[in-house]
Write a protein of this length. Structure first.
Length: 231
């Protein structure tokens, strides 16, 4: 019987077997190492991402001018938002602080003294660093419901104008720059009995209705705080 042929030394069928086996083992080892690296990388805890700081809320012109003006408001009075105008602040001055002779536009002695004391400080705050945020100051006169419309409208106009004149006189003593600035901003307006205040029973509250209101008008697009405005 003829025996099976044995491969000869240097036969092409067996010469590449050790090399192929070595490459297979190398690839298997690399694959195992790669899998181990993936496992290690996945198990390492990642540092928590720090939260991004929230953007600072945009400050409105009313917020920027409120603090310096509030410090200048006379004790017992409050600087408040105007409920009818979001672009305005107001200081309501009741009759006990600022009153007139009955049926006239003549300031009483106490009212004259009140304006002489508070107006310079108020004007200095208005014409200070936040001047560029303020479009104007309107001094409004209000009456009660007694009398006709024409009479109350004229009386309130005369009273608001008298407050403006007396206020400017007091401001003038503080310096020409503040006086010029405030005189450019301020105006007088008589409201008559258009804005009478009523109590819960819908009865006119005449004492509260007789008042003077300082309305601070703010600019919708305000210049940056700290920008000096020429007087």
């Amino acid at each position: 019987m003829i025996g099976a042929a044995r491969p000869r030394k240097g036969d092409w069928r067996t010469a590449g077997q050790p090399v192929a086996t070595g490459l297979t083992d190398l690839m298997t080892s690399l694959a195992v190492i790669f899998v181990l690296l993936l496992v290690v990388f996945a198990s390492v805890p990642r540092p928590a991402e720090s939260p991004r700081p929230a953007p600072a809320p945009e400050r409105r012109p009313a917020d920027l001018v409120r603090m310096p003006l509030q410090r200048a408001v006379a004790p017992g009075l409050t600087l408040e938002a105007d409920p009818e105008d979001p672009q305005s602040l107001r200081v309501v001055i009741p009759e006990r602080f600022l009153n007139f002779d009955f049926g006239k536009a003549t300031l009483t002695t106490s009212a004259d003294r009140f304006l002489g004391e508070v107006m310079p400080a108020f004007a200095a705050a208005v014409c200070g660093p936040t001047r560029a945020l303020i479009a104007g100051i309107v001094i409004e006169g209000h009456t009660d419901d007694l009398g006709g419309d024409a009479l109350n409208l004229r009386l309130s106009q005369e009273r608001s104008f008298q407050v403006l004149v007396r206020g400017l006189q007091a401001i003038q003593a503080t310096g020409p720059a503040v006086y010029a600035c405030f005189s450019q901003l301020a105006s007088a307006s008589g409201r008559g009995k258009q804005d009478v205040i009523y109590d819960q029973a819908q009865r006119p509250n005449r004492e509260l209705s007789r008042r003077v209101v300082f309305k601070i008008l703010l600019r919708p697009q305000a210049a940056p705080v700290g920008v000096a405005h020429p007087a």
